[in-house]
Design a protein around this ligand. Structure first.
Ligand code: SAM
Length: 234
């Protein structure tokens, strides 16, 4: 059990420091060196990010708040959140990723944009410490083995004073089938194992940690699907 987790994590770190970095850095950019599948994933992911930004903007109270973004990738959420500064004198962002290549790229992108209220560092999310108003974790759970999911959600909650925003690929019969179908035709590029998660497991873990789901969204394109939950401490 533990062994498979260690393996998963090492594999994920390796992947996102190497070919995974190249692949996802392109997807999470405006580069036109993407194929149609990657373009579809980019569009789906953009929608998830935009939904989160819309919620935060609608609340209009990000001013002076702290945000911890776990598994930040190239900063697709952390950077626009930090940029809300212009409109609302925004949040203080602390963003981390297990992949050094990812967090370094995120920091470089933020620096190039003159962002000062976001810091980026390399860390797996289990090792992230501290207390933040909001904790976000977008499209990271796909790398978490099923038996580790509840614990991971619990850890995110322990870092959050007020709110957790988490997205994951939902385990439904339809997506399960789609995933199995995809596995029959492995593409040329090496990838990592992908885990879908039962929504009840995530909801249970949030509840156990004293959180209540306050908003929800689902984003699905042809090759991207992501369930997004916002939960608040009760
Ligand atoms: N959250 C970002 C976004 O939405 O743009 C990136 C999503 S990307 C699909 C998944 C990211 O999770 C990768 O950058 C990967 O390195 C990171 N990751 C995977 N497992 C992690 C872990 N245990 N701790 C921290 N980051 C992790």
């Amino acid at each position: 059990q533990l062994f498979s987790t260690v393996d998963d994590k090492t594999e994920v770190r390796e992947y996102f420091n190497n070919e995974g970095f190249n692949r996802w850095n392109k997807i999470y950019s405006e580069s036109d060196e993407v194929n149609t599948v990657q373009l579809d994933i980019r569009n789906g992911h953009d929608q998830t990010i935009q939904k989160i930004l819309n919620w935060v903007e609608a609340d209009g109270d990000i001013k002076g708040k702290t945000v911890c973004d776990c598994g930040c990738g190239v900063g697709s959420l952390a950077i626009p959140l930090a940029q809300m500064d212009n409109k609302q004198t925004g949040a203080e962002i602390s963003a981390s990723d297990i992949s050094d290549a990812m967090s370094t790229e995120a920091a470089a992108r933020a620096k190039a944009m003159g962002i000062r209220n976001a810091k980026f560092y390399t860390s797996d999310l289990e090792s992230v410490k501290g207390k933040y108003n909001t904790v976000t974790c977008v499209d990271v759970a796909i790398h978490y083995p099923t038996e580790k999911m509840a614990e991971m959600v619990g850890h995110l909650c322990s870092l959050a004073d007020e709110r957790v925003l988490i997205s994951f690929a939902p385990k439904t019969w339809y997506y399960d089938l789609l995933k199995k179908f995809g596995e029959l035709f492995p593409g040329p590029s090496k990838t990592t194992r992908a885990y879908l998660h039962k929504e009840e497991v995530v909801r249970e873990a949030l509840k156990k940690a004293g959180f209540e789901v306050s908003r929800e969204e689902m984003t699905g394109t042809n090759f991207y699907f992501s369930r997004l939950l916002e939960a608040k401490r009760v």
